[in-house]
Design a protein around this ligand. Sequence first.
Ligand code: 5GP
Length: 222
Amino acid sequence: MMIFPEIQTLSIVFNCLFFYVPELTKAGVNLKALEDRIRAEGKILPGPVLKVSSFLNHQMDADFIMELGAELARRYADAGVTKILTIESSGIAVAVACGAALHVPVLFAKKHLTSNVSGDLYQTIVHSYTHGTDYTVIVEREYLEANDRVLIVDDFLANGRAIEGLLDLIRQAGAEAVGAGIVIEKGFQEGGSKLREDGLSVESLAVIERMDADGIEFRGSC
Ligand code: 5GP
């Protein structure tokens, strides 16, 4: 059948508009925007470490982080979360955003025994991915209770040592871990698969499959 060129063009434009639906979740965050920002602003350092200090780890894009936290909250909305647990310092911003969306308190494991830490403590040793050293983290016992259903939130997941440390604190308290919500998982490192094999629910907003001089490739995107 002969179709007029104008109609053909209109049809192509319509199809593009109709089928180009950005990956908007119900919470309103565009996950492609996260991938785009990681690609545009991320710097790959030896380690390998991805530096995203322009919006997540040093300077923080507050609006964007609120959206990321809301999206993690949406994924655990039915999990009966009573508390968010993170580790200082770079997990705190997104944890607060998630806690605000779920209307639950946010507790962060401290790396330093400061003078305002008092009372009985839970403590565990964590190996730092970025510093390459072991350090002790603590939470005060009164803030982590046996009846808590705890969602762990962090900025990055690499080998899973930070999350394992937080799981240990939750275990010591007799509380339950309902899952881990992560902004950026480096899927080429072992943490995510190990934690999932152990039965933990892990939700990551962006999963990096590969990052090198040729660029950054995400799981599940084209
Ligand atoms: P893991 O304990 O899973 O090996 O590493 C996760 C922790 O190390 C996170 O809390 C995060 O602060 C830090 N981290 C791991 N990989 C990266 C990375 O590529 N970039 C940044 N900025 N932090 C990372």
